[in-house]
Design a protein around this ligand. Sequence first.
Ligand code: CDP
Ligand code: CDP
Length: 194
Amino acid sequence: MPFTIAIDGPAASGKGTIARAMARHFGFSHLDTGLLYRAVGALGGDPIVAARGLQPADLERDDLRSAEAGQAASRVAAIPEVRAALVDFQRRFARSEPGAVLDGRDIGTVICPEAEVKLYVTASDQVRAGRRALELGADVAQILTELRERDARDAARDVAPMRPADDAIMLDTSDLTIEQALTQAIAHAERVRA
Ligand code: CDP
Ligand code: CDP
């Protein structure tokens, strides 16, 4: 049976960094599900058509990391038909042998409610904005506004809103280095595996 690790949390909380490193540690495949929504948003046109026809090459575009792409992703991600079109691919990926790590907003609640490990990664708004501003070389105040707007939309939508699963372990990385956050995340997953 494949082993699934579901990692959710708000923008720039550190979930992608933890997901990538956990996948490397366990020899699992990793899927950044935010890229699917970023690609649908970036393709333009009818987002439902874009989601239904999404191709692997669409995830390789180099303009998907920008704040604008994040906002576009958040808008298309509130459309039920867009989310529905992306479910099968994510669930199939989650069954990769010997295991898979998926990070996003609804992995523990909707995509993989049966995941063996569920983490909900958070950090204060200020810390998250600071980290993302550093990555993008952008203004912290502007990024803070963008992240808050996106988080509010993601948490308020009717379909698959961003929220921790009831059985998720909460990991606040505000005062943790990447290494410290990773040590805690891996220790939890190792306990579950044992
Ligand atoms: O995937 P998500 O948007 O949640 O965040 P990320 O891309 O993993 O992390 C955002 C930035 O914060 C990256 O530049 C990480 O290196 C950094 N980070 C950090 O400084 N300290 C942590 N404990 C986790 C991430
Ligand atoms: O890296 P960051 O946390 O800033 O964003 P992301 O994970 O790339 O996600 C971009 C947007 O896609 C989010 O703001 C959500 O609106 C949407 N998303 C979602 O609805 N469900 C997921 N499983 C992943 C992302």
